[in-house]
Design a protein around this ligand. Structure first.
Ligand code: ADP
Ligand code: MG
Length: 678
């Protein structure tokens, strides 16, 4: 019996080579093929020759006014030609090498011909003879590959629609939603996408297909969210008095925004649900102390906490900063990274297992099967947009089920947040600590380098420090390093003997990196020349200058991160972007950096400059790609899909509702994965 799960191999004209080409496009089954929607349609709108430009692709509808003639030349070459009278004009139409076109043509017949118009010769080179006298004005155009042509894909889809089209009767989107939002059923959607009879049908089909896609996506997030929260809930009963007492020992007053998010987080930890929360805050907004407070809350409940950072430098810095917040007699903080020696590692793991270590800090690679906490209450993940499903699964596999707090300084534009973080709760620090001065940003040409270096000297004279970031040379770490070394040599000479210069790059061992950072923090040298290893999170409040060479080689979010290394103390800070951009895109980025220091505004700008595709395609963003819908352009629809999904999941036993059965069926794997962990 025919089924949508039949392999495409079963279609006529599909041999092993085509199967391979289709598989490469992610098409295995008939269902996959029918879900391979066109990217656009060629508009085959009717015109008259008088209205048509030379070389334009058009469709003429007219009457054949000379008997069609078939010429053959050479081997396999044919031409079919006839006169076509379109209103008051008569043109000559020729079809080359499409002998089948001639089969049913005769004098006096009404036809529509799509092709390229040659105005001087009053002729048309035919591309397509329209069926049904030009009723179908829309020609679907498919994304293709080197191995398979768009036309072949189109023909296979038409074949599949004929053979399997009637099986498309399962509706994922329930009838009440289709009525509410005027959507087509699944069958009509698929037909409307591939073979629309007119533009309106194509639009409605696309709306319906987008909604279906968004709805399934949001349902999955809501199912994950609700099962995650309810099924593995656990209350972390922290001691509020102890937490308050600890806050009083901090070297600074928390900002109102920090107080608010700490409240949101600890309240969530106390609730008998599983926390999956994202902490967003621009660079320098003070996320680390918030993380320390959340971890301390877990400790007052008799539990342990862990913090994972993306790089060793950051893990080391966090261990230091967070260690300094606490009285070592009361809270034991340990650092575990790839460079921790075997013996030390064994000891730390043992103490983690018996509960003597309260806070374990390390790189993301920390989650390893050989780690066992005695009682892990909270896992903080720094500088990562989301904590991946995979990592969460690993945690669970090794028997840990902590509340999760993910922190990010790379804001996702608000227009994307609903898609990126749909299954998480979000806390936002929307305020910088008091006394911070706005960082002044200047874009300079490379011939202004000297005066910039002179400016750095004046800053050093006032006791400040400076970063110099060398250009990113794509795909060549060696060149990156050579470059940094050259700049280092020049600046060392320039500043000697009064000031010292340090060098940091990816080729240094972890111990060396740590030593360089520690020395810079201790002001043992005043200028740090670095490749982008310095990019995220590093905190040396005495630095007031960030000089970025060939700044146009960096993306906006990277530039923003780099700039965030200064302006962390009370002094006026400066960022100099040295660049001579050759493209408008480069100029736009420099201007955006000068125009604002607000990470959210820059993220939005980045989105506009690069387009959603690039941001969505960026692995880091955590935003999935959609086949039909555009989560930014169709934000309103995405919002509606989320609201409806929340409403459905809130109903007990929604998955028993017959109308929602196909949807529940589709999500059953996701649900099973969560049930299994109970
Ligand atoms: P980020 O959010 O970029 O991770 P950090 O947590 O590294 O920022 O904090 C940046 C700097 O601001 C650090 O030096 C930190 O000690 C300081 N800081 C954090 N909160 C406050 C505050 N409320 N008042 C003054 N300084 C603060
Ligand atoms: Mg940070």
């Amino acid at each position: 019996m025919a089924s949508l799960l039949d392999l495409v191999d079963d279609l006529d004209g599909v041999g092993p080579k085509r199967v391979q080409a289709l598989n490469k496009l992610g098409i295995y089954t008939i269902d996959d093929l029918l879900g391979y929607y066109p990217m656009r349609y060629n508009d085959l709108a009717m015109k008259t020759p008088a209205e048509t430009q030379d070389g334009e692709k058009v469709t003429f509808k007219g009457v054949i006014t000379s008997p069609p003639v078939v010429n053959r030349f050479g081997y396999k070459k044919t031409r079919i030609s006839f006169r076509l009278t379109v209103e008051h004009d008569t043109i000559m139409v020729s079809f080359f090498n499409q002998p089948w076109v001639g089969k049913n043509l005769e004098l006096g017949q009404e036809v529509a011909v799509h092709g390229t118009y040659d105005k001087t010769r009053q002729g048309m080179s035919g591309i397509k003879l329209m069926s049904r006298n030009g009723d179908d004005e829309m020609e679907a155009v498919y994304p293709s590959s080197k191995e398979i042509k768009a036309k072949t894909i189109k023909d296979l889809i038409i074949q599949a629609l004929g053979k399997y089209g009637e099986l498309l009767r399962t509706d994922i989107v329930p009838a009440y939603l289709r009525t509410r939002y005027k959507l087509m059923n699944h069958h009509d959607t698929v037909f409307g996408m591939h073979a629309p009879t007119d533009g309106q049908v194509a639009n409605e089909a696309r709306r319906s297909a987008s909604f279906e896609e968004f709805f399934v996506f949001q349902m999955r997030l809501q199912v994950i969210k609700s099962m995650d929260r309810d099924n593995r809930g656990r209350s972390i009963n922290f001691n509020n008095d102890e937490l308050k007492a600890f806050i009083a020992t901090l070297p600074f007053e928390l900002t109102d925004a920090q107080k608010r998010v700490v409240n949101e987080i600890v309240r969530d930890m106390r609730r008998p649900i599983h926390m999956n929360r994202l902490l967003q805050g621009d660079v320098g907004s003070g996320k680390t102390v918030v993380a320390a407070l959340a971890m301390y809350a877990a400790i007052t409940a008799g539990m342990q906490a862990t913090l994972m950072a993306p790089t060793e430098i950051l893990a080391q810095q966090h261990a230091k900063t967070i260690g300094n917040f606490f009285d070592p007699d009361k809270v034991r903080v340990e650092l575990l990274t790839g460079s921790t020696k075997t013996a030390a590692r064994r000891q730390i793991l043992e103490d983690v297992a018996n509960g003597e270590v309260d806070i374990l800090i390390g790189t993301h690679a920390l989650i390893q099967p050989d780690i066992a906490f005695r009682n892990l209450g909270l896992a903080v993940i720094d500088e990562q947009h989301r904590f991946g499903v995979q990592q969460r699964a690993t945690l669970r596999e090794i028997g840990m089920n902590p509340d999760i707090l993910a922190m990010t300084a790379t804001p996702i534009p608000r227009t994307l947040a609903i898609t990126a973080y749909g299954e998480m709760d979000v806390s936002i620090i929307d305020q910088l600590p008091a006394g911070r001065k706005q960082i002044k940003t200047y874009w300079l040409r490379s011939n202004e380098m000297e005066k910039t270096i002179a400016f750095i000297r004046s800053q050093l004279q006032e006791g400040a420090q400076a970063y110099v970031v060398t250009p990113l040379i794509e795909e060549s770490e060696t060149l990156d390093v050579q470059n940094a070394e050259a700049v280092y040599a020049e600046l060392s000479e320039y500043f000697a003997p009064t000031y010292r210069v340090g060098l940091l790059h990816g080729r240094l061992s972890n111990q060396e990196k740590e030593d360089v950072m520690a020395a810079f923090k201790a002001n043992e040298f005043q200028v740090l020349v670095s490749t982008t290893v310095i990019e995220v999170g590093v905190d040396v409040p005495n630095s007031t200058v960030m000089l970025i060479l060939d700044a146009d080689r960096f993306g906006l979010s990277q530039l923003h991160q780099l700039r965030g290394r200064v302006g962390r103390g009370s002094r006026q800070s400066y960022t100099f972007l040295i660049s001579d951009p050759k493209t408008q895109y480069g100029i736009d980025r420099m201007e955006a950096m000068v125009a604002t220091t607000d990470g959210f505004v820059l993220a939005q700008k980045d989105l506009e400059l690069r387009g959603a595709g690039d941001i969505l395609g960026n692995r880091q963003s955590g935003v999935p790609e959609f086949r039909v819908g555009d989560p930014i352009a169709d934000l309103a629809m995405m919002t509606v899909a989320q609201e409806e999904a929340i409403e459905i999941v809130a109903k007990p036993d929604w998955d028993k509702d017959p109308e929602l059965a196909p949807l529940a069926d589709m999500l059953s794997e996701t649900m099973a994965r969560y049930r299994d962990f109970d």
